[in-house]
Design a protein around this ligand. Sequence first.
Ligand code: SF4
Length: 312
Amino acid sequence: MLQQTRASRVALAYEPFLRAFPDVARLAAADAQDVLRAWQGLGYYRRARSLHAAARAVMAAGGRFPSDAKGLARLPGVGRYTAVAIAAQAFGLPGIAVDANVRRVGARILGQDGHGTPLRTRDADIERGLGALLLAPCGGEPERRAAVPEALIELGALVCTPRTPACDRCPLAPACAAAASSDPTRFGRAKARAKARAESARALVVLDGGAVALVRRPDHGRWGGLFGFPSPDGETGADGRALAPIDHVLTHRRLRVTPVLVGADQAPADAAWVSLADLVAGVGPVPVSVLDRKVARSVLAALERDPEGGTA
Ligand code: SF4
């Protein structure tokens, strides 16, 4: 849950999720829509689908959870970083999980400037170099080994920050090539992120009494498997009452969505009708994205201001 999602948002979803699916068997047996609904508000719904698929894979293998990085990496949605991190933290197995923070710390300690070497090779060098420096002294003590990946994450977040590494209070300074140079920030620079692209779309809002028509999005793609307002291609076509556009930021996209209230004749044949008030309150019967909740809120507010001005 914490990958790419703020801890404050995860804090709201974590315990209800565990109450709904208290163990691997119950998660595996759950309906996919129920899993997505419990994931609402966390974004990146592919992780929920992978988690569900991983639970099913564990149950298909007799209910035994893999206990080393290799076995863990075979589960759906578990990459090398997650596999090494789980193996270290849950089973005390030696390993260095390389994420962006650890990559920066490692590159600085090893004095890699990172130019011209493929990322995979650099990460493998960092795993080896940090392993020799930090894991070897732990000997066979699982608890000490388990603390290393977490300590590295903390060090990257609090001490060895991207722009102002605090080498004077860093416990690794004696072993660090970057600290010995005149400019530690020269090492471990992340590539500049591509600018988020702007995209605009419309959300068609078909109201019938207090209910709105939602459609299920295809499994693959953005918000796969979730329900949402129909969003036709292009910016023209359906007539109706357009509301103020809503801005919503995703990792690589800046979306501007215009809700358009349209007549009941434009309801999709396979629509799921959901109470607008339930949708706003986040208690609807189907999983929806944060953006569709925002659309629902703006529709409800517009109707409260102007109850007569519904559809065209
Ligand atoms: S000594 Fe400085 S550059 Fe090296 S790991 Fe510590 S904070 Fe980072």
